[in-house]
Design a protein around this ligand. Structure first.
Ligand code: OXD
Ligand code: MN
Length: 631
């Protein structure tokens, strides 16, 4: 029987205490007891899965000023202040045991004892005078081969409320755990620390996110920005990546969607990884298709099939540039009176939401993450303060969306994934879509080589490429080489291995402009869908297979009712040898830096690809138009 100490009885009302006791889970009780003692909240509320508890979290977030009411009664707004507007990569560290430390240094590891002492020191009495909440969730569907149960202990009602929107509830799952399973769950302890009048964390210099992948616990202190505070999102993802590496499945930074082909009666599931600002959400939301999830998937071999689930049930999406024209589905939903948390946008004097690129007439004053705001306000450095932050967000349930794939979302055994997309951003190297001839080639030449390029919208020099293998680098919690090997080995024993395709929506034409409209991605997707089902021919390139012009011409006409010229096709699908050789050199150098012990296989395969490209260059010239390459 769990030992519920006098301390917990003192801090909990009878209902909460009974809910905790009913779980008969000593590890849960010990976790709550330990942090009740260390963090010392005034009270602890234990949630079950019922709508009353979800409503309670929202009510308390409003009562405590962590969220504020908006004009529409079901919408609220939350601000993270000005120092906590993005994931804090510097303060996000792994607590590594001596045997892990050297191999994890490049991923940001700290010696376990030193890091733990620091974070527990910060945690000491951090919740004093505050109320805390304990809530149970599942990553993936409950009672399924994918389920990862999680418990969150936090003093932020905004965090708990966000999680209630974003993740499946799992108190009942915990209640029904069998004895052998009771120890296997992730634990998250979070405190927003001291708050100011806007409800924002004050002690940002003591902001820390320390992760222990061995004991599956994450300590997150003095922050609120969801990427730092929400245990179930990127913290859990890192623990899951480590767990999947040990157990032979995959946790990827991917959307999950279905391409629909009504003419042929087909629904084909794709998962896709794109570094930020490379088209991930817009691909998942292509009009006329279905979305299962936009951020994190678990992939498993189930009965010899490659199957995947969305880990989440909501979207914590970037709101900048969501407007009626570019993102009609999301925009429409943000204008409706349904449960929504806006973060770091402007609340107008009319209490309505406004953000950068919203396409609405915006007011000249209001409240934003700086407090009261007026157009023309300047910050300490004299720079004009925009009306909202560039990383402002919205938090909503996915099932509000008309294009939500409820069937795929609910499937306990996940959906069968038939295509994987890896999309980067480069102005001059990779073609808009290319199929990989094999899984191994796909992982090594499409996934490992992913890069994003700085644009005029980011600070610093334009056109600088950042390596972003699998678009997952920030979250890979064990040495990179082993992570790549796990990706390669994952398909052993799988009957219908998905096809891997690369995407690049950002190739620029000779005049420096994009050559296709934003919706061209629908054509690239449907070419991939057709290839999976044995349709369309292809030209070979040194790295894969590209579409034939007549097929794309027809797809542009049928799907978008637009013309696609052969000249544009030739330009976009030309294989650029030197650019590719440089890309492979950058990839190999990056892996060497990140993981000097990465398996020799990786380098050997990149060398092989370079030889093939060099031979192609000698035979056909540096720029090889589609169809000219003969292997
Ligand atoms: C991210 C996010 O930072 O999904 O990757 O918010
Ligand atoms: Mn993400």
């Amino acid at each position: 029987m769990p030992v519920i100490t006098g301390l917990l009885q003192k801090k909990m009302n009878e209902t909460s205490y009974k809910k905790l006791a009913a779980l008969k889970n000593p590890k849960v009780t010990a976790f709550v007891e330990e942090f009740a003692r260390r963090c010392n909240p005034r009270s602890i509320y234990v949630c079950d899965d019922g709508p009353e508890d979800a409503a309670y979290l929202r009510k308390l977030a409003l009562e405590k000023g962590e969220e504020r009411p908006m004009a529409l009664p079901n919408q609220t707004i939350h601000w993270d202040g000005y120092g906590d507007q993005g994931r804090d990569k510097k303060a996000t560290r792994y607590l590594a045991r001596p045997e892990q430390l050297e191999k994890m240094r490049s991923l940001g590891a700290l010696p376990y004892e030193e890091g733990l002492a620091e974070i527990l020191g910060i945690a000491e009495n951090i919740m004093e005078g505050k109320d805390a909440v304990v809530k149970f969730f599942a990553e993936g569907p409950t009672r399924s081969p994918f389920t990862v149960p999680c418990v969150q202990f936090t003093d932020s009602f905004y965090v708990a409320h966000s999680e209630a929107i974003l993740y499946r509830p799992a108190y009942d799952h915990f209640l029904n755990m069998k004895d052998g399973e009771k120890d296997v769950f992730f634990r998250f302890i979070h405190s927003a620390g001291r708050l100011d009048k806007l409800g924002c964390s004050v002690n940002i210099d003591k902001r820390r996110v320390y992760m222990d992948t061995k004991d599956n616990i994450v300590y997150s202190m003095n922050n609120q920005y969801a990427g730092n505070s929400i245990g179930l999102k990127k913290h859990s993802m890192r623990l899951a990546i480590n767990k999947s590496g040990n157990e032979g499945w995959l946790c990827e930074h991917m959307f999950l969607m279905a391409a629909l082909n009504p003419e042929k009666g087909r629904k084909t599931y794709f998962a896709g990884a794109y570094p930020s600002a490379c088209g991930k959400t817009s691909t998942a939301m292509i009009p006329g298709e279905k979305i299962v999830g936009d951020d994190i998937v678990y992939l498993r071999n189930i009965g010899g099939e490659f199957r995947g689930v969305n880990v989440e049930q909501g979207i914590f999406g970037i709101i900048k540039d969501v407007n009626a024209e570019d993102d009609p589905v999301i925009f429409k939903n943000l204008m409706l009176d349904q449960e929504t948390i806006f973060s770091n946008i402007l609340q107008g004097p009319d209490k309505k939401p406004y953000w950068l690129g919203c396409g609405l007439e915006t007011p000249g004053e209001g409240m934003n993450n700086h407090g009261p705001w007026k157009k023309g306000d300047r910050d300490a450095e004299g720079k004009e303060v925009p009306l909202a932050h560039g990383n402002a967000r919205y938090t909503i349930r996915l099932d509000y969306l008309d294009n939500f794939d409820q069937e795929g979302f609910e499937a306990k055994e996940g959906v069968k994934v038939q295509g994987i997309l890896y999309g980067g951003r480069d102005s001059d190297t990779t073609v808009p879509v290319e199929e990989s001839p094999s899984w191994e080639d796909g992982i090594l030449l499409k996934a490992c080589t992913l890069e994003s390029e700085t644009t005029s919208a980011t600070l610093g020099k334009e056109g600088v490429r950042t390596p972003s293998p699998m678009a997952n680098l920030d979250f890979v919690a064990y040495p990179l080489g082993r992570y790549v090997l796990n990706n390669l080995n994952f398909v052993k024993g799988i009957k219908d291995t998905p096809r891997i395709f690369s995407n690049n929506y950002f190739m620029r034409g000779p005049d420096g402009k994009f050559m296709t409209g934003k919706l061209a991605k629908k054509v690239w997707l449907h070419w991939a869908e057709g290839r999976i089902h044995g349709e369309y021919g292809a030209h070979e390139t040194p790295t894969g297979r590209i579409p034939l012009y007549p097929d794309l011409k027809k797809l542009f006409k049928d799907l978008l009712d637009t013309e696609f010229s052969e000249a544009d096709y030739t330009y976009l699908f030309t294989f650029r040898c030197s650019k590719w050789l440089e890309k492979l050199d950058r990839t190999a150098a990056f892996f060497k830096k990140m993981d000097p012990d990465a398996p020799a296989l990786l380098d050997a395969r990149w060398e092989e690809a370079k030889k093939k490209i060099a031979a192609a260059k000698a035979a056909h010239g540096d720029e090889i138009p589609p169809g000219a390459y003969k292997p």
